[in-house]
Design a protein around this ligand. Structure first.
Ligand code: BLA
Length: 514
């Protein structure tokens, strides 16, 4: 659905927030950015003062070897040659003497412009014991994948194992549709947070630049929605690009969203298919929560295996459909070959014709004739539709799951023809084959009213996410089940077969008359 409200203008402001350069980090770690050319400190988070007793302003511009020799020694190679922008970060633990005593930190290294970025997070105590179980969990996940018979079963398995590895209260598998709304398709949770299973959320909850960033950087964690950001200090007026950072401070609008949702900690992992964002694994905790870098890395790894399996499952089901429809197609070709005219081959076998596209009705039209098969509108209505199609459609194949959206006259017969799939068989003689699907009235349950994603407070221009996530029901009418890829391909192939039959007949006739 599209959000046609006056607030649309405001929503573009969400898309414009430069979330990759917030100028600050979350407080559960420190960040140092070193110029690649001479390893001097170009950016530093202000909390190096508390942790290492360093005055950031004094430390800026000096070589790391002078100010923190242990880090310089430990990470010499990686700092000289950080991974390319947008790729995996190096990760390991290191013991460092901090002002608070000897501490164990996990380190991540990335590249940002002309700098190597070193981030250190103190390993959360609660995670230390669970590290040993990571490998067995990943192993079990891979073993169980074989047994997961459907995409749903696969999603459930992923939600369970991510929750087992992290201990979040609720783990959701969230899938985007073509308009970037998302639906929760699987869930694993305890009783602390309510269920969101089956709920839909509007595209505006995750703006475009955030989705783009999440395609590049697959995992993010917000440990405490009430945190105070730690500023990044520098002598340079240029803000440091934190696209690949693990501690990046997140949008204040989103922190408000989390508080409204009753979740103080959140982690999400991108599910990519063919380089496109397919969905997210979204994890929530009612209370603040840390998850170590190692556990997060394991979650990312599990999600990548999961994405590959999803792709394999979807490809298998597409291939199965192709084989099934291929058999119907072969029968239709035989029917057409057995008759004098291809049209007789189609209209005398309505069941096969409808089966090819999974339709409940079909029509075959030539300038002189109109054959109606199964559930269809009346002849006059089909003729009017045919005239509209010939005027407005230049393509060989036309498909829609909501005809009345483009052609309002179709409203009156949505119970028979709400979705249509059409092929033009002969442009010169304007012949069409049409397939019809009836309207399926659906109740969509939204996680809060999607029409009012932003509430402005009187006198302020600041945008706010909605306050309530209570189920909000919408009845969706004038929509049929969508035509899937294999069905559209099948009718395209039928069209090619008909076109070649028509051509061959024309050539035969020409040969006879010569
Ligand atoms: C980010 N919004 C996000 C993220 C999620 C959601 C998962 C990624 C950060 C994270 O992991 O928490 C939304 N979370 C959801 C949804 C579900 C969920 C839909 O669990 C469903 C179950 N948000 C708004 C409005 C704006 C907005 C009105 O509601 C804009 C004005 C913005 N959301 C917004 C921004 C980010 C975001 C800017 C990026 C945060 C960042 O990474 O800096």
């Amino acid at each position: 659905m599209t959000l046609q409200t006056p607030q649309d203008i405001d929503l573009t402001a969400c898309d414009r927030e430069p979330i990759h350069i917030p100028g600050s980090i979350q407080p559960h770690g420190i960040l140092l950015a070193l110029r690649l050319s001479d390893r001097t400190l170009a950016y530093a988070s202000a909390n190096i003062a508390e942790l290492f007793g360093l005055d950031p302003t004094g430390a800026l511009g000096r070589p790391l070897a002078e100010i923190l020799p242990i880090l310089s020694r430990e990470f010499e190679e990686q700092l000289a040659d950080p991974p390319p922008a947008g790729t995996t970060r190096y990760l390991r633990t290191i013991d460092v003497a901090a002002t608070t005593g000897q501490r164990t930190y996990e380190a991540a290294i990335s590249r940002s412009g002309a700098c190597a970025v070193l981030e250190l997070e103190e390993t959360p105590r609660e995670d230390v014991s669970s590290l040993d179980s990571l490998y067995p969990t990943l192993r079990r996940f891979v073993e169980q994948l074989q047994g997961a018979s459907s995409v749903d079963a696969l999603c459930e398995l992923a939600a369970q194992d991510i929750r087992r590895m992290t201990g979040f209260d609720r783990v959701l598998i969230y899938r985007f549709d073509e308009l970037w709304n998302g639906t929760v398709i699987a869930e694993d949770r305890n009783e602390v947070l309510p269920s969101y299973l089956g709920l839909r959320f509007p595209a505006s909850d995750i703006p475009a630049q955030a989705r783009e960033l999440y395609r590049r950087n697959r995992l993010r964690i917000i440990s405490d929605a009430n945190y105070t950001p730690v500023p990044i200090q520098s002598r340079s007026p240029e803000p440091l690009d934190l696209s690949d950072s693990v501690l990046r401070s997140v949008s204040p609008v989103h922190l408000e969203y989390m508080r409204n949702m009753g979740t103080l900690a959140s982690m999400s992992i991108s599910i990519l298919r063919d380089g496109r964002l397919w969905g997210l694994i979204s994890c929530h905790s009612k209370e603040p929560k840390r998850v170590s870098l190692q556990v997060r890395n394991a979650c990312d790894f599990l999600t990548q295996i999961f994405s590959l399996q999803l792709e394999a499952r979807e490809n298998t089901s597409l291939a199965e459909n192709r084989v099934r429809l291929g058999a119907v197609q072969t029968r239709l070709l035989a029917h057409m070959a057995a008759e004098d005219h291809f049209i007789a081959g189609l209209v005398n076998h309505p069941d096969d014709l409808m089966l090819l596209a999974g339709a409940q009705g079909a029509a075959v039209l030539t300038p002189d004739h109109c054959w109606l098969l199964g559930q269809t509108p009346g002849e006059e209505e089909v003729r009017a539709l045919f005239a509209w199609l010939s005027r407005h459609n230049q393509e060989d194949v036309f498909a829609t799951d909501s005809l009345s959206e483009a052609y309002p006259a179709a409203k009156s017969y949505a119970d028979r023809a709400c979705g249509i799939l059409a092929i033009s068989v002969s442009k010169a003689h304007s012949s069409y084959v049409l397939w019809f699907r009836p309207e399926v009235v659906q109740t969509v349950k939204w996680g809060g009213n999607p029409q009012k994603p932003v509430q402005e407070e009187a006198g302020t221009a600041r945008l706010h996410p909605r306050r309530s996530f209570e189920i909000w029901k919408e009845t969706v009418r004038e929509r049929a089940l969508p035509w899937d890829r294999s069905e559209i391909e099948a009718v395209k192939e039928l069209r090619n077969a008909i076109v070649s039959i028509v051509l061959r007949r024309a050539e035969e006739l020409a040969a006879i008359s010569e």
